[in-house]
Design a protein around this ligand. Structure first.
Ligand SMILES: [Zn+2]
Length: 172
């Protein structure tokens, strides 16, 4: 070996150095990528859950509107509203029995997924803003209920809203 020649690292040392560099790169990559994925998941998952809740509310309101239309036909024929929700299905005013259940309650696998029905005897002289049916309590994610009024309109009320309170009080 002359004075200008540097000692060369062995092949084993070169391999170890490459391995260390690779591990450092992978480690740094993980530190960058994992938090990015976590942040994206934190942003996307709640919005997906929110979209799902909104879809369940809209599907639920569509069921109650169907029930409202069936009630209008029933009351036109009998001058009184049915005393039970099932009457509409039994007498063929409501063709799809699935419309008698809240989709949000059904998604939760609840046995009481059927809409709660008014205990009042309602006829065509009853005030139009009288609740006829509502979702089972605690079906929707925010604890609210869709309410079908005698005039066939459907509105969503959260706990504390006047429509929610009236529906819970008149349909226990
Ligand atoms: Zn519902």
């Amino acid at each position: 070996m002359t004075e200008n020649e540097q000692p060369q690292p062995s092949a084993e040392k070169k391999g170890n150095k490459a391995l260390v560099i690779t591990l450092v790169c992978v480690g740094v990559g993980c530190f960058l990528v994992v938090p990015c994925i976590a942040i994206m998941a934190a942003l996307v998952i709640p919005s997906l859950a929110g979209a799902r809740d909104n879809a369940l509310k809209a599907g639920c309101a569509a069921h109650l509107r169907q029930i409202g239309m069936a009630c209008q036909q029933y009351s036109a024929d009998f001058n009184i509203y049915p005393d039970r929700l099932e009457t509409l299905v039994e007498r063929d005013y409501l063709s799809n029995s699935g419309d008698t259940t809240c989709p949000a309650a059904r998604t939760k696998g609840r046995a009481d997924a059927s809409y709660a029905w008014t205990p009042e005897r309602i006829d065509r002289s009853t005030a139009s803003r009288t609740p006829l049916a509502r979702c089972p309590v605690d079906s929707h994610a925010d604890g609210g209920v869709n309410v079908l009024q005698v005039d066939g309109s459907v509105n969503y009320g959260r706990p504390g809203d006047p429509d929610y309170q009236r529906a819970i009080e008149t349909i226990p």
